[in-house]
Design a binder for this molecule. Sequence first.
Ligand SMILES: Cc1cc2nc3c(=O)[nH]c(=O)nc-3n(C[C@H](O)[C@H](O)[C@H](O)COP(=O)(O)OP(=O)(O)OC[C@H]3O[C@@H](n4cnc5c(N)ncnc54)[C@H](O)[C@@H]3O)c2cc1C
Ligand SMILES: Cc1cc2nc3c(=O)[nH]c(=O)nc-3n(C[C@H](O)[C@H](O)[C@H](O)COP(=O)(O)O)c2cc1C
Length: 594
Amino acid sequence: MLLQQLSSLSSPLSDQQVTSLQQATANMSAVELSWVSGYLAGLAQSSDQSAIVAAPVPSATLTVLYGSQTGNAKGVAKQVAEAATAQGINVSLVSMADYKTKALKDETHLLVIVSTHGEGEAPDDAEQLHQFLASKRAPKLAGLEFAVLGLGDTSYEFYCQTAIDFELRLSALGAKSILDRRDCDVDYDSDVLAWQGQIIELLNETLSQPVAATAVSAGVATTTSQYSKQNPLSATLLASNKITGRGANKDVRHIEISLEDSGLSYQPGDALGVWFDNDPILVNELIELVGLQAEQLVNVNDQEISLAQALIQHYELTQLHPGFVSTYGEATAQSNLVELGTDKAVMREYIANRQVIDVIRQNRGSLSSEQLLAALRKLTPRLYSIASSVSEVDEEVHLTVAVVEYDAFDKAHQGAASSYLSHRLAEGDTLRVFVEHNDNFRLPSADKSVIMIGPGTGIAPFRSFLQQRDNDDASGQNWLFFGNQHFTDDFLYQTELQDFQKRGVLNRIDLAFSRDQAHKVYVQDRIKEQGKDLYQWLEDGASLYICGDGNQMAKDVHQALVEAIELHGNKTNEQAQQYLTQLKTDKRYQKDVY
Ligand SMILES: Cc1cc2nc3c(=O)[nH]c(=O)nc-3n(C[C@H](O)[C@H](O)[C@H](O)COP(=O)(O)OP(=O)(O)OC[C@H]3O[C@@H](n4cnc5c(N)ncnc54)[C@H](O)[C@@H]3O)c2cc1C
Ligand SMILES: Cc1cc2nc3c(=O)[nH]c(=O)nc-3n(C[C@H](O)[C@H](O)[C@H](O)COP(=O)(O)O)c2cc1C
């Protein structure tokens, strides 16, 4: 029954009580109403048990703030928020991108859950808050108690740097850390659970309410799909076609996957998470080298399975991390490996061009299956930018995957997920997938223009953008910068792009094939050449997107953009940088780089 329809005739309330209730709730939001309904239920429960119970005083709220680029910290924050709610704590779960900084001074209890990207940089959605806390405008936070959880990867030089920054900045503003910061590596599940248990126990005394009287705002309970990283969809591989030519240095695949009848959907800008199996040939070689048996039983997630199955399905074998080198060295009594761990820079260099199998091949030793599994990290899915639009392909999802293949130490090496998708899966086979939503890479409204910079597999989300703009009959203009090695072998989606061009969907395309002439030409060179028009497009309201290699390309492109804006906008270098920062703030400069 709606409150507006409530009357004394249809309820046990008097006229006066009905009026009071209607007045008290008239201006409440959905979240506030839901909280009040829980509060009243709690009140009813307690008054059932005793005649006179003091009304519980609503306690302070726990704010769970997350900063996440590829969804992990967001998922962890939701999990922590749900666990706190279950303990009777009022939780407000907020993305740092949506957080109003002026609310900070009123916070009393704050959890910060944040990943690190780039080279020790904040994820896009955390950038503004990260900067704000270091600025002179940041308020004193003497009344705030907080704890920080960092997600990162020990293979990177600046491990969990953004979490470190948040902890330092909040402390410098006078806030009190109530639990040591915990930094979590890519296989973070057990560390997160341990931290979650500790922090909730600490907060329980001060913040806990009867369970029914609590509510979580910002949609913790809402899930868009039953499928997730932990509960992936078993989807069917429809096609895996090589789209680079015979002479190409790289094998790039156009992959099509069926989502039929799953209800799983996505938007342009989202990524697809793919769980994969390791190569059984690699697994057998590894087991043999360390003197173990493929069929011997091991315990993984409380289940007895064969060692071979454990290594195929549950552990990372291709991505090497410092922990493996040290732990394997200790277990096999090889001091040279243990010593590598004493110098971070040397260790980083060592792991940069090796996989797990290389360490074992070059440093033979025997160890037990328990020791081996303890040294390895749990397998984590890979993400791929989605290359299709639902409005074009309906219940399918398309990807553009570069197969990682290279020779090192006289042996062929492959990337685990890309070789699984391209070599080990056959059409009709199933694979486990989930959608990773990415609100940091979204098309503007249909009347606005877009400039898309996507060399190599960076083209993927722009195929999705173009399909969407085509289906929407978008009036905004579309401009693409694409590059690769050779026109004849590496022009990904050439005919589709030319068709978009012919039909007026793609209004401008600038191409850079780096190895088709004596001197190398890249997309950043084309950006400089077209700088005048590009600046004019930006002035006219266009949005700017970069996708692809984050190590070199995205930095070079950013630099080219600065130069173009400086030159054609008649600005100093600082003003040009500021111009791009403002575009970022306005969500008109977005990156999907890896
Ligand atoms: C948000 C996001 C979107 C992405 N979108 C795409 C996309 O659209 N298309 C795409 O192809 N990829 C994309 N990626 C990258 C993708 O997720 C995987 O990282 C990539 O496919 C490699 O995974 P893999 O399992 O095959 O290789 P891994 O098993 O992860 O790699 C094996 C190891 O080999 C090393 N290595 C790789 N090349 C060499 C070399 N030449 N020499 C020495 N060592 C080397 C690596 O450092 C790594 O340690 C995206 C990543 C992110 C985060
Ligand atoms: C392009 C890229 C750069 C990264 N850089 C760092 C880094 O500098 N330091 C670090 O600790 N982790 C780094 N990571 C690892 C991420 O922090 C880690 O995968 C984390 O789980 C991602 O969480 P998110 O999905 O919430 O963003 C990087 C990951 C990617 C894809």
